[in-house]
Design a protein around this ligand. Structure first.
Ligand SMILES: C[S@@+](CC[C@H](N)C(=O)[O-])C[C@H]1O[C@@H](n2cnc3c(N)ncnc32)[C@H](O)[C@@H]1O
Length: 475
């Protein structure tokens, strides 16, 4: 009989579509195809075993990545000494998981007209691994961002070495998104600023948390299916310094962010709140399970519509994938997959001076009254208790875009596609700072369906933004 532990712990495996899941790289074969790799081969550790390499030798692991990309993916690739060297099977897992998210159709496409999947890779690194893999494996198109001169320069070199992929990959300086990015420019504005800091880890730690991540890097009107990220992992220069250098290399700029990956991914979450409609999915790799838990609860707090997680396993290393979206899940997933939660909130930022919590509360009331709900306002505590009545579950959709407030303050019509009969909840409006209010909905019925709850609240958010915010501040 299996021990308790063995029964419980079923080791998760490499992604089934990963080309190395059934057939791990054959070093002997690669050595015979590529003499430069042959010189790194070590004899098998046990009789009948396979040749191996010295995993603590950066030159050996870099050469392995180079030959795997060349022979298995048709990609020409190189990085300078000391830059982070990716393992191809491990990085492929992330791409295959994005493919799973896409084919699950939990979140419907945001731009029907676009044939190609578009991905924004935050911190693409000198190795530019995700764009190269995603473009060569699946024909996806990428924007890869970074902030250091060396990363931008080598990412561009890696793209230019692969003319068959170069149409699919743009490398963007996050500090200067409008720069042409041509390599012959050599040094463009933001890059020059960061070149100096790369020689001084303390200076880097001091400035990197100020750099843009998504907001200010994404251009007006741009839409992506995903953002993805392998974030800087360590919290401080000291922590990175204490960790024995692995064979994977990695400079301070690649490894360190004040507050570590938790702080970096929190930056992505903050930006995602302002770019809700520019991405179908926001995703990131997470290195520590404790951080994953923290981030998942943060996502619920800010009111995302869907959170998904997965495990990436390669050898003895486990990483996690975290994905979230603010878009309305496809109907069939709403009841099944939206995690239960009893509250939801959004911010209205950029309100005109004369608009305060009171006006917003009145519009909330009008929104629900127009939909036939019963409302009881408590103006002293800035909240309104709402109960959706029997007949409003099946309101007809207008031909026009009915999710916006068309005349102030009442709403002409609303599209409630889901059954919300008898659902009681409270909407509270909190004044934050001048020009900003927080709108919060709390379900007064613990048993209510959180999926339906999300759908109507999303409509309220759209309607209030249409009424109170200027077009360019709606996100
Ligand atoms: C751990 S490395 C990941 C490199 C590569 N994507 C990979 O998976 O091997 C993190 C990268 O994020 C970059 N980075 C740090 N802050 C950034 C920011 N605000 N915007 C874009 N990239 C940033 C670093 O320069 C570094 O190249």
């Amino acid at each position: 009989m299996l021990s308790k532990k063995r029964r419980r712990v079923d080791p998760p495996s490499i992604h089934p579509r990963n080309r190395y899941s059934e057939n791990p790289p054959d070093f002997a074969l690669l050595g015979s195809l590529c003499p430069s790799f042959q010189s790194f081969l070590l004899p098998p550790r046990r009789p009948g075993g396979r040749p191996t390499i010295d995993w603590s030798d950066f030159n050996a692991t870099r050469e392995l990545t180079r030959v795997l990309l060349l022979h298995d993916h048709g990609v020409h690739w190189w990085i300078p000494d000391g830059q982070l060297c990716p393992t191809v099977p491990n990085r492929s897992n992330y791409i295959h998981w994005l493919q799973d998210l896409l084919s699950s159709d939990v979140i419907p496409p945001i731009q029907i007209s676009e044939e190609k999947v578009r991905v924004f890779d935050i911190g693409t690194g000198a190795n530019c691994i995700y764009p190269l893999l995603g473009a060569s494996l699946l024909g996806w198109s990428f924007v890869g961002s970074d902030v250091t001169k060396i990363a931008l320069e080598w990412a561009r070199k890696n793209v230019q070495s692969n003319p068959h992929l170069s149409e699919l990959i743009e490398i963007r300086n996050a500090c200067d998104p409008s720069s042409s990015g041509k390599i012959e420019n050599d040094v463009v504005r933001g890059e020059e600023a960061l070149e100096g800091s790369t020689h001084n880890p303390n200076m880097w730690s001091g400035c990197c948390s100020e750099l843009p991540v998504l907001v200010g890097v994404i251009k007006d009107g741009e839409k992506f299916d995903f953002c993805m990220c392998n974030p800087p992992f360590f919290e401080s220069v000291e922590e990175a310094g204490l960790n024995p250098k692995t064979s994977c290399g990695g400079t301070f700029e690649e490894m360190v962010f004040p507050g570590g990956e938790q702080a970096f991914i929190t930056r992505i979450i903050d930006d995602s709140l302002r770019l809700k409609h520019s991405f179908r999915w926001f995703t990131s790799m997470v290195g520590r399970k404790a951080n994953l838990k923290f981030l998942v609860s943060k996502l619920h707090e800010v009111g995302v519509s869907v959170v998904k997680t997965t495990e990436f396993v390669q050898g003895h290393t486990t990483r996690w994938g975290l994905a979230w979206s603010f878009l309305t899940p496809a109907k069939k997933f709403i009841a099944l997959q939206t995690p239960k939660r009893s509250h939801n909130s959004f911010m209205l930022e950029g309100l005109q001076r004369q608009v305060g919590a009171f006006q917003v509360l009145k519009s909330v009331e009008s929104f629900f009254l127009a939909a036939g709900a019963s409302c009881k306002s408590d103006l002293s505590s800035f909240c309104v208790n709402v109960t959706l009545l029997e007949h409003i579950g099946e309101l007809q959709k207008n031909d026009s875009d009915t999710s916006e407030i068309t005349s102030s303050p009442a709403i002409e019509s609303n599209n409630f596609q889901h059954s919300l009969k008898g659902l009681p909840f409270r909407i509270s409006v909190f004044h934050q700072v001048p020009g900003t209010v927080l709108v919060r909905a709390s379900s007064l019925d613990k048993e209510s369906s959180s999926g339906s709850f999300f759908v109507f609240f999303q409509q309220l958010e759209d309607a209030l933004k249409a009424q109170f915010l200027k077009p360019n501040t709606k996100n």
